[in-house]
Design a protein around this ligand. Sequence first.
Ligand SMILES: Cc1cc2nc3c(=O)[nH]c(=O)nc-3n(C[C@H](O)[C@H](O)[C@H](O)COP(=O)(O)OP(=O)(O)OC[C@H]3O[C@@H](n4cnc5c(N)ncnc54)[C@H](O)[C@@H]3O)c2cc1C
Ligand code: FES
Length: 246
Amino acid sequence: MIIEKEEILPGVYRIKFEVPAPYFIEAQPGRFIQLEVSHDPFPVTRRPFTISSVSESSVEIVFEAVGRGTGILAEADAGRSLRLLGPLGSGYRLDPGKWLLIGGGLGAAGFPGLAATVECDLLLLGASSQDKLLTIRETETVTITEDGSSGRKGLITDLLETVHWEAFSSIALCGPIPMMKAVIDMMPVAARAITQVSAEARMGCGWGACEGCSVPKAGGGFLKCCSDGPVFPADSIDWERWEGIH
Ligand SMILES: Cc1cc2nc3c(=O)[nH]c(=O)nc-3n(C[C@H](O)[C@H](O)[C@H](O)COP(=O)(O)OP(=O)(O)OC[C@H]3O[C@@H](n4cnc5c(N)ncnc54)[C@H](O)[C@@H]3O)c2cc1C
Ligand code: FES
């Protein structure tokens, strides 16, 4: 059941669901839920959303209304019961040491839970403008926007020139595919080897049965975003092929 709902940015909502304890409390950051946005026969499939944060009896998501399913969800009020499946997939490998988090737009939706769990030393956030920029508390954040409405004006890659990559033992990256590929291309090899990316692919079932969520695998073949991921080592993805099919 929806217990809280708030429009945090124009067209971007935070929803908190009550869930039975203790199924979600152990969900490591980066896992996701498949949410039935409506009880009507259409939309047919559930929609995937990264778990933003969890408590003993609640799970929170942050989403942007971009189409039919998310549009319906944006209209749902507190008190509404919706079926959700999860926690699904595998999340971030929570290695000790200092973390660098790099997020593009709504790609940072899963970062609150991650930032609260690991030793997050620096968060770089980029977006087209301030009204697409999420706020993640209690973390040193550097922001950049394409129109200069918050932080520096430019692209997230402009922030990378001053990063001391060797200061971090883990890097988390999430955002649109071209943004993630541009960041990966700028990284030294050693930084790439400690980077985990949270991938998004159109999904059907959400648990490995339909192969609708394929992500090109480095060396050939495909990974299933829903069950092999959605968090992958950056080096396990064939970035050229993945960008090419989008
Ligand atoms: C593992 C995972 C986690 C996700 N987490 C979040 C999240 O935390 N917050 C959030 O806002 N969104 C998230 N998404 C994307 C979200 O699932 C889609 O925006 C949603 O399914 C769109 O449904 P719709 O019916 O509104 O869109 P549709 O009407 O089906 O399509 C509208 C537009 O959205 C695009 N779209 C649809 N699905 C995706 C997708 N999977 N990735 C990128 N673009 C898509 C379509 O290409 C189209 O342009 C996640 C996706 C995955 C796979
Ligand atoms: S969504 Fe069906 S296999 Fe991944």
